[in-house]
Ligand binder design. Sequence first.
Ligand SMILES: [Fe+2]
Ligand SMILES: [Fe+2]
Length: 198
Amino acid sequence: MSRSERDPDNSSKPRARLPRARLPGDLTPEDLIARMIRVDHAGEYGARRIYEGQLAVLGKHHPQAAEIRHMYEQEKRHLETFEELLSERRVRPTALQPLWHLAGFALGAATAMMGERAAMACTVAVEEVIDEHYARQSAALDASEAPLRETIDEFRAEELEHRDIALQQGAEEAPGYELLTGGIKAGSRLAIWLSERV
Ligand SMILES: [Fe+2]
Ligand SMILES: [Fe+2]
């Protein structure tokens, strides 16, 4: 049997590596932007809920309440911006929003119950993950999405400010700081992964 009879269409021949065409199931640029807006909206929603949980436990007369309220107000503005972007771009919010509603508040309340330094450690952990996340998104956006990129860069700067406030407020002195922030970071990364997809 000749080679061409065994393999009539030459399918076993190694193929040249060409730039990969988009396959069914690959994300279009529009899908990628929708994913970004969906996950950022989810994250800002979760952030607002974390601070609501912390304020509910610590109370408005707590010495750290003013700092937390300042961060909360900024998260509220971030959330409102992504709410507008969702409706402008006709992007559906994540189906997991009811989960982030509960989980965000629970995380804020639980860390505040552990003490104000643990509450601040929670902010450090979350903001460090968000910083990486926003940096990655900003780098992936080209000039055609300059306004979105500027929004993300501006919010990223405020998230870093939150991290710095939390460090100044003694986050690193929280008991079990490494374990606590490691766990919160892992949970935040999982929440990002899920909110991009679901
Ligand atoms: Fe934020
Ligand atoms: Fe933040």
